[in-house]
Design a protein around this ligand. Structure first.
Ligand code: SF4
Length: 374
């Protein structure tokens, strides 16, 4: 199937957050210009020139200075025709008018801002580089420059965070009348500052019940606003769902460009080499910068179809499954589906199986059932 989407990874940040286990490096003393040259070379190697969606993420792409940013934007424009969503991830304190104008000039039509919380104390605990007031000025600047599609990332289940605190952040985000919100619970990942603090008893996390209550509140609050839930952690106004992210959940192909980026092309899932210097070396040697690549088996593809598709409110299409795998969904997953239906964790309507409200809260348990069943 023709690949219609691409992800570009900019693995640099101006400050390293205490909870972060993403693939990123403190930008100071990194070979940023050299990295961009190699990234552009990697993009030149790809066959596709027409894309429906593009997502530039990181790290933080807006950590680049204006010259670096323009170099990247020009290269993307020269190499690809992007017919649909063109998103840039951004930190609020880095969204200056100058950078926003550049993004706009080169066709970026959606901003995804890493806000995480409006609580100034929690922003500090998270080690974020921005302050609460930066969120307001970034949204205002983006609107002044003419961005119509703005998404905010909000986290919940943060250290010492109460349900009330999360409610307040959510209300403040909604009061900004933006178009899209992604909200994820914090997971303590090994090799982060948070994880070490937690092990030493220096970090107090809300218990699981509070985390569940926050997620349930999130769904209810969004339901009563204009934002409809279309994926477990994603909410948008009509016409503002992330088309790029839907490519992942629909288990479709995409390129991944940059150090540590992942892609899915012609039935092959691959991950690029990391760290930055290893990536640069591969590209300089005119090699594909692949660390590992696998071809998911048919069974794995069917499992992925289920647990990725069930993340979306719409769910998994019974007819699409049949079309894709030439076998009925019931023949493969019949027992699991009837168990989950009986337990009230999934429901069936017309052509779709989807999660119930309870199923959404314990989604991982549902997904695991499909891993075990084949
Ligand atoms: S800005 Fe994002 S990628 Fe960078 S350290 Fe913070 S959470 Fe990680």
């Amino acid at each position: 199937m023709k690949v219609k989407s691409a992800y570009i990874h900019i693995p640099f940040c101006v400050k390293i957050c205490t909870y972060c286990d993403f693939n990123k490096y403190f930008i100071q003393n990194q070979p940023v210009d050299h990295y961009l040259d190699c990234l552009i070379k990697e993009m030149e190697m790809s066959e596709t020139r027409e894309l429906q969606t593009m997502f530039v993420g990181g790290g933080t792409p807006t950590a680049l200075d204006v010259h670096q940013l323009e170099k990247l934007l020009i290269a993307i424009n020269n190499l690809f025709t992007i017919t649909g969503e063109y998103s840039f991830e951004a930190n609020p304190d880095e969204l200056t008018i100058e950078k926003l104008q550049l993004l706009k000039r080169y066709g970026v039509n959606r901003l995804s801002m890493g806000v995480q919380t409006f609580n100034p104390k929690l922003l500090e605990v998270l080690g974020r580089s921005h302050k609460t007031e930066d969120i307001y000025s970034a949204v205002e600047n983006a609107r002044t420059v003419g961005f119509e599609s703005i998404s905010l990332d909000l986290m919940y289940q943060l250290p010492q965070q109460s349900l009330e605190d999360f409610k307040e952040s959510l209300d403040l985000a909604l009061a900004l009348d933006i178009d899209h919100i992604s909200s994820y619970g914090l997971i303590l990942e090994p090799q982060t500052q948070f994880y070490n603090m937690y092990r030493k008893g220096k970090l107090s996390m809300p218990n699981e019940d509070v985390g569940e209550a926050m997620y349930e509140y999130l769904i209810t609050r969004m339901h009563s606003s204009e934002m409809h839930q279309y994926e477990l952690s994603n909410f948008g106004k009509v016409g503002h769902e992330s088309e790029h992210n839907k490519v992942y959940w629909k288990n479709e192909g995409y390129y991944g460009f940059g150090a540590g980026a992942s892609g899915y092309v012609d039935g092959e899932r691959y991950t690029n080499v990391n760290p930055v210097n290893h990536y640069i070396k591969k590209i300089e040697n005119n090699e594909r910068p692949i660390l590992h690549a696998t071809q998911p088996t048919r069974t794995e593809q069917m499992e992925e179809e289920m647990f990725l598709g069930l993340r979306m409110n719409q769910g998994v299409s019974i007819s699409r499954f049949h079309e894709k795998f030439d076998i009925s969904i019931n023949e493969i997953f019949g027992q699991t589906l009837s168990d989950l239906l009986e337990r009230g964790l999934i429901k069936q309507s017309d052509d779709y199986f989807s999660l119930t409200e309870r199923g959404k809260v314990i989604g991982n348990e549902v997904f695991e059932a499909f891993l075990l069943s084949v």
